[in-house]
Design a protein around this ligand. Structure first.
Ligand code: ZN
Length: 129
């Protein structure tokens, strides 16, 4: 089984375009400075509609994670699903690429990596930093 791929929508297209170019951008509110993810039309903090796509540093920390004991996906290593807090403050559900998930811990630093899975989609994921 292959993994199901995301379908970009009008609001998420800039996000997927930025991942494809391997310079991930998320939205930042121009009024209050909060970073938002997933893509939104209205700032979750102050309800402003002035959101600008902004590059992120790619640094983050593991907020929480789980390791799938079994996976039906064809992957090279174990499937690690994590909630990563970006340095900018936004939270992302993603995967952590590692061959030794037993070395991962909550609070550990990770860095953004990319995995091209189709012509349209490059998935953002993380690696131990
Ligand atoms: Zn705001």
């Amino acid at each position: 089984m292959s993994r199901s791929l995301p379908t970009p929508s009008k609001i998420s297209q800039p996000f997927w375009d930025s991942c494809k170019s391997e310079h991930m951008q998320i939205q930042r509110c121009e009024d209050c400075g909060v970073y938002a993810f997933y893509p939104v039309y209205i700032c979750p903090e102050c309800a402003s509609r002035h959101l600008a796509w902004t590059s992120v540093s790619g640094k983050g920390t593991i907020h929480t994670f789980t390791v799938a004991a079994k996976s039906s996906f064809e992957l090279e290593g174990p499937l690690v699903v994590a909630l990563v807090e970006l340095e900018e403050g936004a939270m992302m559900v993603s995967n952590i690429r590692t061959k030794s998930p037993e070395t991962l811990s909550i609070g550990a630093p990770v860095r953004l990596a990319y995995e091209r899975v189709s012509d349209e989609i490059t998935l953002p994921m993380f690696e131990p930093a």
